[in-house]
Every structure is written in structure tokens, then in C-alpha cells.
Design a protein. Structure first.
Ligand code: FMN
Length: 386
């Protein structure tokens, strides 16, 4: 058993008791414990590499993904741990979210980057504030990765939340070129972080499309190689917003959409929180606010992505546009549910850690080893939309 596997197992046993002590102490423990765990995790390379069988591979945007599941943004903010997840068999690796300038992230009540799991509810809250080392350093780090076949590298980028709009756009364009040169395989624009104070330009929908238009004209239209760019929105998006979002993204030349990021609709999810977690949930959402993740988002992410898939199916356009599901993905049944709704690829964050505490580095192998899922019927062929 590796150190990360040992820590995850011990934590899984102790967690229900630690969480009952006191909400502030529990937040302190898990905010720092999470970072210690991630440091260990990303320094470990599993001895036996899992090579997913070909029935599980997905190919789209001319990129090969060895599995229909990989980590969501925020897990490896500073581009650590590529070989850890590539050897585990992950379908891809996503670094970031990264901003133009280095950011320290949020600090309150003696706690840096507050995070609190809701163990009995399979969910969590976080209020990180996009801590990261900045475009320059991360691009250099990613450029040195020797990629494993079937595990492409993505980068999640955010406009500087505190910069004035023209500056934020200029910086983003510079960053996208940096990552294009750094040989990443795809870019995810994070338009959905609930944990930063946004400058005026970020708050208005009109300005969202002004930003996207600039990215479209000055980057998407001038890409020097195959480099898909997708946009990640919140799981708080309503299904009524989807047609407009998809139409605009397609018109601007984007390649996909991700639903989505954490939720700030606390009252809506209160009834899904187990009674053992309620006190901690009230403490966190009143004190730090932050974003909700995990099981409670399962249905919403599935519904939004299904609506998006149907919207795209009805379109008649000459390029691929793909829907990525993130939110509450934790078991093979979630992957099956995505498949049967033609959602071809998924990301996970909260569920990854629960799976790791059960299976350690073999998590992808165990999850996909069920004979049912390796049957081809779950894997629809990707056809180019023409
Ligand atoms: C601690 C933590 C940090 C996160 N950081 C980011 C981030 O930097 N960028 C981003 O787009 N999403 C971030 N997220 C959101 C996740 O990528 C994901 O969208 C969300 O947690 C829902 O997925 P899940 O239910 O599988 O956790 C973060 C989530 C957590 C729990």
C-alpha cells in the first residue's frame, strides 16, 4: 500500500468522527489535510500501469482518450501529477484553473483555501479563490511533460477576475498562445468559478459574449494546429439558457461545453444533505459561502448535459461540438447514464477521492472492470456532425 493509499484509507475510517467535532476544526483539518494528500498523491506513480482496453477508448476532435472519464479542473492546479493519473488509466489529464498572474487564493478565519467534505452526503464545499502559480510557470511545466498515449493534456484557464475587461482579454489571448506553444491538447475556459470576486465585466451576460467574440476572432480563428477549446459553465445554469449558449459557442467556433462547475444554490440542495452533515453545511455556506460539489449535483449535471446533447443533435453544422459532464460522477452507473444519453466524456472531482479511498491507484481499473461496461453497446460511435 502506498502512502497516499494508506492516508486515504485511514481518513475514510476517521472522517465521520472528525467531522462531528466542530465545524471550524473540521474545515481546518480538511483544508490542510486535502493539500497534504494531494501532494502525496501526485508524487506517486503506480507500479502497475492500467491500460484500458480498446472498447473503452474514445476518439473525437482527432484526440484519443483512453477512458470516458478524467479529473475535473482544480485537482492539479499547478500541473502536478500527470504521470500519477496517466498510469492509473485516466482518460485525460486536466491542469489548472490557471490565471495570468499568480494568485494566493482565499483566506478567512485562520484557514487558507477552505474546504469541507460532507461525508454522509457524498458531497463537499470549497472556497478556494483560484490559487495558482500563473500562466507562465504552468505553461513551462506542461511543455516538459512527455505524454502517455491515450492520456491527452488539457489546461483550464480563467480570465483575471479582478482585471478590467480589455486587459483581461489581452492577458487571456497571450495565455492561450502560451499554452498552444506548450503543446497542450485542449483548453477549457472556466466561466463559472463562484469563489472569486468578479470585476464588473464578468457579471453581465453581454460581456461574456464580448469576451468570447474576441477569443473567437483573435485565437480560435487563427489556431495553428488542432487545439479544441471548450467552455465550462456552472451546474446552476438553467436548461432554458442552453439553446442560446450552444448557438453562440458554435457560431464563435468553440468545440464543446462542460456542465459544470460547483453550485451556489445552497437552499436547493439542503434537503439532499444528510442530517450528520447539516451543521457543517450551515457553517460553511454561511461563513465562506463557496461552491457545492459531489453527489448532490449528479442529476443536475446529467439533465443539463442531456439537454445540451439534444440541442446539438438538432443542429446542422460542419464541425464537432462535444458535451462534457462534470458533477456528481462517482460510479460506473453514472458513466452508463451519461452513455445512454450520448454524453461521451465525463470529469470527476469529489467522486475521485471516494473511489481512491476504496481502490487506491487501481480506481479506474476497478471502476471499469465490470463486464457490463466493457460491452460495446454502451459506447456509441462518434460520428462527425456534418
Ligand atoms: C476543492 C475544489 C477545487 C476546485 N477548483 C476548480 C478550479 O480551479 N476550476 C474549475 O473549473 N473547477 C474547480 N472545481 C470544480 C470541479 O472541477 C467540478 O466542476 C465540481 O467539483 C463538480 O464536480 P464533482 O461533483 O465531481 O466534484 C473545484 C472543486 C473543488 C471541490
Amino acid at each position: 500500500m502506498t502512502q497516499a493509499e494508506f492516508l486515504a484509507k485511514i481518513d475514510n475510517q476517521l472522517r465521520p468522527f472528525i467531522l462531528l467535532i466542530n465545524p471550524w476544526l473540521a474545515t481546518l483539518t480538511y483544508s490542510y489535510g486535502r493539500k497534504l494528500f494531494l501532494k502525496l498523491l501526485s508524487s506517486e506513480i503506480p507500479k502497475t500501469k492500467f491500460e484500458p482496453p480498446s472498447e473503452l477508448h474514445r476518439k473525437f476532435w482527432d484526440i484519443q482518450f483512453q477512458l470516458p472519464l478524467f479529473n475535473a479542473a482544480g485537482m492539479f492546479k499547478n500541473a502536478e501529477g500527470y504521470f500519477t493519473v496517466a498510469s492509473q488509466g485516466a482518460g485525460a489529464y486536466l491542469a489548472g484553473t490557471v490565471t495570468y498572474r499568480k494568485r494566493k487564493g482565499n483566506f478567512k478565519n485562520g484557514i487558507l483555501h477552505p474546504f469541507l467534505p460532507y461525508h454522509s452526503s457524498g458531497s463537499a464545499s470549497n472556497w478556494m479563490g483560484l490559487p495558482n502559480e500563473g500562466f507562465d510557470i504552468i505553461a513551462k511545466r506542461l511543455s516538459k511533460i512527455e505524454k502517455v498515449k491515450g492520456c491527452p493534456v488539457g489546461i483550464s484557464l480563467s480570465f483575471s477576475p479582478d482585471a478590467e475587461m480589455n486587459t483581461a482579454i489581452k492577458e487571456m489571448l497571450e495565455g492561450m498562445e502560451m499554452f498552444e506553444k506548450a503543446n497542450v491538447d485542449f483548453i477549457e475556459l472556466n466561466e463559472s468559478c463562484p469563489n472569486v470576486k468578479h470585476a464588473e465585466h464578468e457579471n453581465q451576460e453581454k460581456n461574456l459574449w464580448l469576451r468570447m467574440e474576441q477569443i473567437s476572432e483573435k485565437f480560435l480563428a487563427k489556431r495553428k494546429r488542432n487545439l479544441p477549446v471548450i467552455v465550462k459553465f456552472s451546474n446552476d445554469t438553467t436548461s432554458e439558457q442552453i439553446p442560446n449558449l450552444i448557438d453562440n459557442l458554435i457560431n464563435f467556433g468553440f468545440d464543446g461545453i462542460n456542465f459544470g462547475n460547483t453550485s451556489t444554490e445552497y437552499p436547493n440542495y439542503l434537503e439532499d444533505i444528510d442530517r450528520y452533515d447539516i451543521k457543517n453545511f450551515q457553517y460553511f455556506t454561511n461563513t465562506y459561502k463557496g461552491g457545492l460539489s459531489g453527489k448532490i449535483l449528479k442529476q443536475k449535471s446529467l439533465d443539463l448535459c442531456t439537454t445540451a446533447v439534444n440541442q446539438v443533435k438538432n443542429k446542422n453544422f460542419r464541425k464537432e461540438f462535444h458535451i462534457i459532464r462534470t458533477g456528481g460522477v462517482e460510479t460506473i452507473d453514472d458513466i452508463k447514464a451519461s452513455n445512454s444519453n450520448s454524453i461521451l466524456i465525463n470529469q470527476w472531482f469529489t467522486g475521485y477521492f471516494s473511489a481512491f479511498s476504496m481502490y487506491g491507484h487501481k480506481l479506474y481499473e476497478k471502476m471499469f472492470s465490470s463486464s457490463e461496461i466493457t460491452e460495446k453497446k454502451y459506447y456509441i460511435q462518434i460520428k462527425k456532425i456534418t
